[in-house]
Write a protein that binds this ligand. Structure first.
Ligand code: ADP
Ligand code: MG
Length: 696
């Protein structure tokens, strides 16, 4: 007996008649088996529904005509090339179809045949012509065919390679689909298909290759998109489940005493949003199931305080905790914050960053292994090295979008896992949250700490520059501070002429000559950067000219001005991050993006949208819609294989359905034992990336 799997593995050339010269191009397209062809979806469709009389044709628009063959000729046009011409007529109007270098076309037509041609026509010498039209031989049905309906409105358009034409691809796909579309097994139950109004796999395969109308194509596409997203959601559900059953974390309940002790250390009363997030985290920490929580909140919403609370809960139970930041500047800043908070406490903490001397570093590592330090603040170097803790209970990762999914796993030991809290200030568009971060529980800070001032943003053109600098100088005289940010300079550009240096030169000898200006960029040593940041934090310098090293997290409440040069080189989410550096204290913030005459209209419109929109959540959706997910979270960074048919920007609605359905199915059958097909699809695509073991 032959199974469906075996049938689908049949080589194309054994399944249907394939002319030998076509075998190589098919292989080049990756089309070796029946399965390959069935799942090689058209990249587009030609709409042949615009059926007209020859006299009503328009140039360069895809149209369909019908007629009777009057003449067929074939001639050599030199250098071994040929041209086949077919003249058809319909009620006295004539049209000529031409094929170059397809001499076999000559034998396909006989005078008197009734045919249908579809192509974009051209008028030459008073006569209509079509080159390589899509052709249907109408046979006798033409006799009664009415001029309103054609035999098939939509023709699939496949990707091609050298040596194979659309005509041949359609023929091969058509045969395979007619013969084998019923073979693949349906992975969804009839109830599920009915509930989400999806066609069966058999209907969908036929419809996507040989549709009768657009509606059918859409239904079929929706089914395949649903399936792809469903399998992803199933994998994420399996991962969540396996994290729970395979790993144990320490129990860290928040007692009234612990809460009181921590609250005494914190400099502010928590906002309602911070309180809610803290409660959710406290719930997670109180069980042996490792926490996997994402804390998202707009720039400046006060995520650090929530993190500190969680870290101190962990330390209160005698476990070690780690706080990780994407940049050394941010790690050092967190260390400063904690230094102030922990002044009156017995918590022992260490900073572990790249800039340490070897013996200092050795000492920190020793304290970590031997449990002589409670809290370690570091960069992601913490994750990459084989860093040992004595009893790690909690890891907080700040600015998670800078880290990959897989890195979260690296601090596990055997079946012991710390609790994880990851934080991001780049609000995650809804659909991204459900996919790339789909294995996490989410807490969201919706409010801002009290007294927060709005940041007013302006798009400043060349004509308004001088007024803007005057405004900046006034603010500096009032005691405020300013950031001037220039884009990172690419490696290919001349290092000696970085724009941050240029901006610094220009401002110190011009607009800001009377003020204390400093410079900060990625080529400085960590110690140098730290000194510069510290001088700025202390108010010794008034203006900091910097690259995006200050993009995330930097917190200097007295800074109220953010000026961004070449803003078109930043993503919207990034601009919002930068803007979030000001307006953090009691002073209103101002942000200017400097455009010039060369800035394109598109870029200007995007920047204006940025200036007009205050909510990071709203902006993230805008940015996502314009630029797709790639720019927010590099696809390589998150570590999941790419989606082939689904598009997170376009298919958000299908995603919601697929997610509901996948979660429901997984809850009913966590081992997927009665869904072997889905299980194997899931493991094939996501087993490695999501580190899934086959528990079924
Ligand atoms: P982000 O969420 O961007 O990381 P931060 O944690 O850096 O934000 O907090 C932004 C600013 O708000 C900091 O200056 C911090 O001290 C202040 N802040 C945080 N929570 C509160 C609060 N509950 N009340 C008053 N100020 C707060
Ligand atoms: Mg932060």
């Amino acid at each position: 007996m032959t199974t469906p799997v075996q049938i689908l593995a049949t080589p194309v050339a054994e399944a249907v008649d394939v002319r030998p010269p076509l075998k190589r191009p098919l292989a080049k397209l990756g089309l070796r088996t029946v399965r390959d062809v069935l799942f090689n979806f058209p990249r587009d469709y030609e709409d042949l529904s615009d059926l007209r009389g020859i006299e009503a044709l328009e140039e360069d628009v895809l149209q369909t005509v019908r007629g009777t063959v009057e003449e067929v000729d074939s001639r050599s046009i030199g250098f071994g090339k040929t041209r086949v011409g077919v003249l058809i007529a319909d009620r006295g109007f004539q049209l000529r179809a031409t094929w170059f270098n397809q001499p076999f076309m000559r034998d396909k037509f006989k005078v008197g045949d009734r045919v249908q041609f579809s192509a974009k026509p051209k008028q030459r010498g008073g006569r209509w012509e079509m080159t390589h039209p899509h052709t249907v031989w109408l046979g006798d049905e033409f006799a009664e065919a009415d001029q309103q309906s054609s035999t098939s409105e939509l023709q699939p358009v496949y990707s091609l390679s050298d040596g194979i034409t659309q005509f041949h691809m359609r023929r091969i796909a058509g045969k395979i689909v007619s013969e084998f579309a019923e073979v693949p097994d349906e992975v969804f139950s009839a109830e599920l298909l009915a509930k989400y109004k999806l066609p069966t796999i058999h209907e969908a395969l036929k419809a996507i290759h040989l549709p009768e109308n657009r509606e059918q194509v859409e239904q079929a596409r929706r089914r395949f998109i649903f399936q792809e997203l469903f399998v992803l959601q199933l994998a994420l559900a399996a991962r969540r489940h396996q994290q729970r059953v395979n790993f144990t974390a320490p129990e860290l309940p928040v007692t009234a005493q612990i809460d009181a002790r921590i609250s005494r250390l914190l400099p502010f009363q928590l906002t309602a949003g911070q309180r809610e997030a803290v409660e959710q985290i406290a719930d997670d920490l109180s069980t042996t199931t490792p926490m996997n929580r994402l804390l998202q909140g707009d720039v400046g919403s006060g995520k650090t305080l929530v993190a500190v609370y969680a870290l101190l809960v962990c330390v209160a139970h005698g476990y070690q905790a780690a706080l990780m930041a994407p940049t050394e500047i941010l790690a050092r800043q967190h260390s400063h914050t904690l230094e102030k908070l922990l002044d009156q406490s017995r918590v022992r903490y260490q900073l572990l960053v790249g800039g340490l001397k070897p013996n200092e570093r050795q000492e920190v590592l020793r304290q970590m292994v031997e449990g002589e330090t409670d809290l370690v603040i570091g960069t992601h170097a913490l994750l990459q090295e084989k860093v040992q803790f004595k009893n790690l209970g909690l890891v907080v990762i700040d600015e998670q979008h800078k880290f990959g999914v897989e890195q979260r796993a690296s601090l596990r030991r055997g079946d012991r896992s710390p609790h994880y809290l990851v934080m991001t200030a780049t609000p995650i568009p809804r659909t991204m949250g459900m996919t790339q971060f789909g294995d996490l529980d989410v807490s969201t800070l919706h409010d801002m700490p009290p007294g927060r001032q709005p940041v007013t943003s302006y798009v400043v053109g060349p004509g308004e520059r001088e007024r803007w600098w005057e405004f900046t100088r006034n603010k500096l005289r009032e005691g405020r501070q300013a950031f001037v940010v220039t884009p990172l300079v690419e490696e290919s550009e001349n290092i000696a002429a970085t724009s941050v240096d240029q901006a610094f030169e220009q401002l110190t000898s011009g607009e800001l000559a009377d003020f204390r200006v400093d410079i900060l960029h990625g080529r400085m040593t960590p110690a140098e950067k730290d000194e510069v940041m510290e001088r700025f934090r202390q108010g010794e310098t008034q203006v900091l000219v910097a690259t995006t090293v200050i993009e995330v997290g930097v917190d200097v409440p007295n800074a109220s001005m953010m000026i961004i040069a070449s803003p078109e080189r930043f993503g919207i989410a990034q601009l919002h991050q930068l803007r979030g550096r000001v307006g953090r204290g009691k002073h209103a913030g101002f942000c200017a993006v400097l455009v010039d005459d060369e800035t394109s209209d598109d870029a200007r419109a995007r920047l204006q949208k940025f200036a007009d929109t205050h909510s990071g959540f709203e902006l993230a959706e805008v940015d996502f819609a314009i630029r797709g997910p790639g720019d927010l979270f590099g696809t390589r960074q998150h570590g999941l294989p790419p989606l082939l048919v689904a598009d997170l920007v376009r298919d958000g609605d299908v995603l919601v359905d697929a997610r509901d359905a996948a979660i429901e199915l997984f809850q009913a059958d966590p081992g997927l034992s009665s869904h072997a097909k889905l299980r194997s699809q899931m493991l094939r695509k996501y087993g490695d990336a999501l580190d899934l073991s086959d528990v079924g």
